[in-house]
Design a protein around this ligand. Structure first.
Ligand code: NAD
Ligand code: UDP
Ligand code: UDP
Length: 343
């Protein structure tokens, strides 16, 4: 499929008179929860750039920022609402991309009760909204639903190995419940659902201090601090660049499948141990950088890599950006935001 096909957001059926009268000849109206965050703001860019959509962002700015959306503020097709998804939301939309949720351990462990509320009550509210207006809803779930996986790479059929009472559970069990809610609303109320299981994604606009590994290493290297490699450093992750991720989300929304579908980058050019990642940052971004081994957090998965056979065959999607190409793009953004001079 060419670029234009992937951007065409197909109209869902028209279940109610309300939608029929209001939306048939008009732009697709799309709600993006969490749209002020890292992935959400890149998604908003793509949806807005087509000119074919009206986009409403609902975000409580817990980990996101208005700055990520500044180019759209004031645009007639764009609306930004300060809203917490744990509260009901009344808007009339055709599609919902439901991303709102703290995504990095520092943020989700800061207030675990709020994190699980966001996953459970927030997803329930967005499903109630989807039911009322007949909208299609896409949930950004996570590879964390596989926990510390006993299968490698992870296929969608794998049920996972998750600690239900650990410090990460507010996030990973929260997302598991969110997936359950999505399927129950689908089976019981006929809601059109799409579930993406996102694997580690990086790129410009990641929160500089959110504690995830790529943002940490780049920020540390640019600030002249030692990169903190959490022991043992041989654990692996496969890293997907944000533009590839957004393309996958848009294709999934436009497809006929509920998912869950893994989205991530399993290419050998993107699977790194944390030690290799530190070396790559040193080589590509800051030659004077160094690293130190520090203590890890409990339940840290030792290995993670998506099986994206389904996304490739059903969505005709494949990630294109290698880690060595993506890291400098991200570093350019960090240079600017950290106000350090580029070498
Ligand atoms: P992010 O923190 O940059 O974005 C999350 C956004 O949600 C922020 O703007 C935040 O303010 C908002 N938010 C949080 N709680 C909210 C609430 N109760 N009400 C309204 N808004 C709220 O993180 P991200 O990396 O862009 O993640 C986006 C989504 O993708 C999340 O659902 C996350 O679980 C999922 N995901 C991301 C990754 C990744 O590697 N980045 C991996 C797996 C899954
Ligand atoms: N809801 C919402 N916006 C809507 C419709 C519903 O936020 O436009 C919320 C509603 O407040 C409820 C949740 O979604 O808490 C689930 O709604 P549903 O109608 O499925 O269940 P009920 O209201 O019957 O519990
Ligand atoms: N990590 C690290 N140094 C850091 C932050 C994270 O070595 O400063 C490691 C962490 O132990 C994990 C991997 O990087 O093995 C990915 O962590 P991250 O929080 O980015 O994402 P996760 O895959 O855990 O969701």
């Amino acid at each position: 499929a060419n670029e234009d096909d992937s951007l065409a957001v197909k109209a869902p059926p028209l279940p109610s008179p309300l939608r029929h009268s209001k939306f048939t000849t008009q732009k697709m109206r799309i709600l993006v929860t969490g749209g002020a965050g890292f992935i959400g703001s890149h998604l908003v860019d793509r949806l807005m750039e087509t000119g074919a959509n009206e986009v409403i962002v609902a975000d409580n700015f817990f980990s996101g920022t208005k700055d990520n959306l500044r180019r759209w503020i004031g645009h007639p097709n764009f609306e930004l609402i300060r809203h917490d998804v744990t509260e009901p939301l009344l808007v009339e939309v055709d599609q919902i991309y439901h991303l709102a949720c703290p995504a990095s351990p520092i943020f989700y462990k800061y207030n675990p009760v709020k994190t699980i509320k966001t996953n459970v009550m927030g997803t329930l509210n967005m499903l109630g909204l989807a039911k009322r207006v007949g909208a299609r809803i896409l949930l950004t779930s996570t590879s964390e639903v596989y926990g510390d996986p006993l299968e490698h790479p992870q296929k969608e059929e794998y049920w996972g190995n998750v600690n239900p009472i650990g410090v990460r559970s507010c996030y990973d069990e929260g997302k598991r419940v969110a997936e359950t809610l999505m399927f129950d609303y689908h089976r019981q109320h006929g809601i059109e659902i799409r579930i993406a299981r996102i694997f580690n994604t990086y790129g410009p606009r990641m929160n500089i201090d959110d504690g995830r590994v790529v943002s940490n290493f780049i920020a540390q290297a640019l600030r002249g601090e030692q990169m903190t490699v959490q022991a043992p450093g041989t654990q692996t992750r496969s890293f997907c660049y944000v533009s590839d991720m957004v393309e996958g989300l848009i294709r999934l929304m436009g497809s006929d499948v509920t998912g869950p579908i893994n989205l991530g980058n399993p290419a050998s050019t993107c699977e790194f141990t944390m030690l290799e990642l530190a070396e790559a940052v040193k080589e590509l971004i800051e030659p004077s950088a160094s690293w130190k081994l520090v203590e890890n957090t409990p339940d840290d998965p030792r290995k993670r890599k998506p099986d994206i056979t389904k996304a490739e065959s059903i969505l005709k999607w494949e990630p294109k950006v290698s880690l060595r190409d993506g890291l400098p793009l991200m570093a350019a953004d960090f240079f600017e935001r950290l106000g350090v001079s580029k070498k």
